[in-house]
Design a protein around this ligand. Structure first.
Ligand code: HEC
Ligand code: HEC
Length: 242
């Protein structure tokens, strides 16, 4: 059915209802429902468009176009250490943007961008990226047969109280819910930078300081090995948010 006709179908009952308004309470309830549905639909549509526009053009108030660094498909830029955002959990993404804005996560590049966004824009962008499908290249990783990295990732080192990363980040590092972000396929440079940021205290926004504790036990060689191993892990291809 053409879109104009579908539109008429929605409008006609509203007008008919309006004429009888007051005469029958049942119909006026239905009318109120129809109007509420229309009113609710409008701001949602505007938000969705805004988020996409900001990713392409910035918000005109100091936030740069996200795609310049995080890629048009949200897949990030491996070599520069710009992380993938596509398909990550919306609540996780929103908290990271809020934390850049309030300073519990320090980064010279992201802080000015996040601070220039309104709370609504941060929420809309988190939802937008979370709903983007996983770019195809993440399903076909480069093999990195690094035994030291794999051991730390899957088994940890209990003699130092370091649990295997997959205990929290899921099998193969695919991520678990809103609290444990995926590591599989994420840029190795980015993973390394985050572990160092926790060691140095420039990232200190993790719940219960779980990552602060883990990162402080690791040597530079271990950080490099485990980052390389996760960067090479495949991600199951799934549509939208987990
Ligand atoms: C000039 C490059 C650049 C631009 C533009 C940029 N980012 Fe970033 N973004 C980064 C870098 C670098 C990091 C990693 C920061 C760190 O190491 O803590 C990052 C990290 C993030 C993270 C954290 C991801 C995670 O897994 O924790 C989110 C969310 C994010 N950016 C969202 C955005 C949004 C939304 C925009 C657009 C308004 C944007 N970025 C624009 C470079 C950029
Ligand atoms: C006890 C649970 C736990 C273990 C074990 C753990 N992590 Fe984490 N990790 C977390 C939590 C929670 C976060 C999210 C922090 C936040 O919300 O800011 C996180 C976040 C991260 C991030 C940031 C991802 C992003 O998108 O910004 C990296 C990188 C990371 N962990 C690497 C590791 C590595 C490597 C290991 C193993 C050496 C490991 N983690 C073990 C709980 C854990």
């Amino acid at each position: 059915m053409p879109r104009a006709a579908a539109g008429n179908l929605t409008v006609a009952p509203v007008q008919a209802g309006a004429q009888r308004l007051g005469a029958r309470s049942g119909r006026s309830w239905r009318l109120a429902g129809a109007i509420a549905a229309l009113v609710c639909a409008v701001p949602f549509a505007v938000n969705a468009t805004d988020a996409e526009t900001i990713t392409q053009q910035g918000n005109g108030k100091g936030a740069a176009p996200c795609m310049a660094c995080h890629g048009a498909d949200g897949g990030g830029t491996e070599a520069s250490g710009y992380p993938r955002l596509a398909g990550l959990d919306a609540a996780y993404l929103q908290r990271q943007l809020d934390d850049f804005a309030n300073g519990t996560r320090t980064n010279a590049v992201m802080q000015p961008n996040a601070s220039a966004l309104s709370e609504d824009e941060r929420a809309a962008l988190a939802k937008y990226y979370s709903a983007l499908p996983l770019p195809a290249r993440f399903a076909k990783p480069a093999a990195t047969p690094d035994a030291a990295g794999e051991r730390l990732a899957t088994r940890g080192d209990w003699s130092r109280g370091v649990p295997g990363c997959v205990q929290c980040h899921g099998p193969g590092g695919v991520g678990v819910g809103a609290n444990f972000p995926p590591l599989a396929g994420q840029s190795a440079a980015y993973i390394e930078a985050q572990l160092k940021a926790w060691q140095q205290g420039t990232r200190r926004n993790d719940p219960l300081q779980l990552m602060q504790h883990v990162a402080r036990q690791l040597t530079p060689q271990e950080i490099q090995a485990v980052a390389g191993w996760f960067a090479g892990q495949p991600l199951p291809r799934k549509e939208g948010a987990p």
